[in-house]
Design a protein around this ligand. Sequence first.
Ligand SMILES: [Zn+2]
Length: 176
Amino acid sequence: MNHIQELVTELGYDTSNEELTQTPSRSYSYFKKYTKKTDQDFSDFCLSNNIKSTYSKKTKNIKISLQNISVHSICQHHLLPFYGHAYISYVSNGHTLGLSKFKRLIDYVSSEFTTQEHLTQNIASHIMAILPVKSLYITLECTHSCMIVRGVKDINSYTTTETHFHEDKDDVSHSL
Ligand SMILES: [Zn+2]
């Protein structure tokens, strides 16, 4: 937190100014909140949030799709947020996961300094660690603050990343 205060001072601002006195702690709280994944082991996280798949042969071969799941993370290149939506689709082999659990998983996985490409792969691998599937499709559409406030200042662009898994191919393909 002192380093943030030093940064603000280094940039020429007086941190005793009443508008800035709480800024270092606010900034620190923000980064702490959105990088806290390492505080909790993944299996402990699943246990404490009751995240586990259930099996019913009635769901076998059904394709289940979730749209517009909100995503927020922090770009590790610039320490600026990127945010948008995730689209998850899987063909069940009989195992399913409660719908709200996907959002919890995304929040858990995205709470770190990362890139959108890595986050996309990471969401897929965490889902597959607890949910056996016939196939899985993950798409992320995100707006990057570093594109908006820096360099090219492009306010309208967004980036799409996709990864696919099929049990017969036994690989996770990835494209940007
Ligand atoms: Zn960036």
